[in-house]
Write a protein that binds this ligand. Structure first.
Ligand code: UFG
Length: 337
């Protein structure tokens, strides 16, 4: 089987490329490096095979996508390529809608022309907003709070409709909070500028690029007052994509299916700082500041549906997530730069 991985130079895409190769698939990566580095492709090749196929292309360039499907045998697709910064999406909504929706539409059109009918789409628990019932199940109400979130919500709807009309099976993986890195420490998350997300921020404090962690609020309705999230190791997440492709290839999953990808456990910001301090081997400094606009108090995933339909459950704990994330960051204090 040959799998096209769009956004395969990015954080989750690069780890998934490695997991797909480990599962015996040929991998073709497409990326335009809009928020990633050619060095990530080199590192993926070092972990897999030197002849792993890579094409530099923008998915909005339909002719370029056409060429990828003409020049390579593609059996199935995992679609990561997208803009993903919540704050930036508020400032540049049109760029987010054009990029995230346009690329998904072109990709599915070209897939249909070439008779490729299996797709895994990167969605997000952001489609649940602030859930009323936790752990949150796939049947919880959906919506969005930011243009970024709406692009995930709308992409899901586009794919649900496409799966009704076309010979298309699609698994909509709703990721909770991906962290960690490949245990080699050679690929990992490499955010542009000051990180928005907690674990990359904590790790930049650990390498001395930032002074101290800012804890956004300690007055939430949670055990220690700080926000609670379902952090999941990126290797577990990567393996969920393989499981989703296998569930479609075997015919077990047909049509469009949303599936939560989390561990089912919630950890607070202070839990994460403590686990990171253990991984790093010293107390990481933090101060409590005000809440960040748009944040929810708590969420974690109901995981039974993933186990039922994908035969997959996360297996790596928070200690392993932070130990692996730290290995990547300590070996590469400036990321791929
Ligand atoms: N936090 C801090 N300090 C920081 C960064 C984050 O205290 O410097 C806190 C947040 O308030 C939150 C928790 O750490 O309680 C996790 O925050 P992240 O930014 O790491 O993750 P979010 O849950 O806010 O974001 C995730 C995804 C987004 C998605 C969003 C939807 O990363 O892609 O969920 O809620 F849009």
């Amino acid at each position: 089987m040959a799998t096209l991985v769009t956004g395969g130079a990015g954080f989750i895409g690069s780890h998934t490329a490695v997991a797909l190769h480990a599962a015996g698939r040929d991998v073709v990566i497409v990326d335009n490096f809009s928020n990633s580095s050619p060095k990530a492709v080199d590192a993926v090749r070092a972990l897999t095979t030197d002849d792993l196929a890579f094409v530099e292309a923008d998915l909005l360039d339909t002719d370029a996508v056409e060429r990828v499907f003409k020049n390579h045998t593609i059996d199935e697709v995992v679609h990561f390529a997208a803009h993903k910064a919540v704050g930036e999406s508020v400032e540049k909504p049109l760029a987010y809608y054009r990029n995230n929706l346009g690329s998904t539409i072109s990709l599915v059109e070209v897939m249909a022309e070439h008779g490729v009918s299996k797709l895994v789409f990167s969605s997000s628990c952001t489609v649940y907003g602030e859930p009323d019932v936790i752990p949150v199940t796939e049947s919880a109400p959906t919506g969005a709070e930011s243009p970024y979130g709406w692009t995930k919500y709308m992409s899901e709807q586009i794919l649900v409709d496409a799966a009704r009309a076309l010979p298309l099976d699609v698994v909509l993986l709703r990721y909770f909070n991906p962290v960690g890195a490949h245990p080699s420490g050679t690929i990992g998350e490499d955010p542009n500028g000051i990180p928005n997300n907690l674990v990359p921020f904590v790790m930049q404090v650990a390498v001395g690029r930032l002074d101290q962690v800012r804890v956004f609020g300690d007055d939430y309705d949670t055990p220690d007052g700080t926000g609670v999230r379902d952090y999941i190791h990126v290797m577990d997440l990567a393996e969920a994509h393989v499981a989703a492709l296998e569930a479609m290839a075997s015919g077990r999953l047909r049509g469009a299916n949303p599936v939560n990808i989390g561990t089912g456990n919630g950890y607070s910001v202070l839990d994460v700082i403590r686990a990171a301090s253990t991984a790093v081997g010293r107390e990481l400094p933090y101060e409590v500041v005000g809440r960040r606009a748009g944040d929810i108090a708590k969420t974690w995933a109901a995981t039974d549906h993933a186990a039922d339909v994908l035969g997959w459950r996360a297996s790596r704990d928070i200690e392993e997530m932070l130990a692996d994330h730290w290995r990547w960051q300590s070996q590469n204090p400036d990321g791929f730069a």
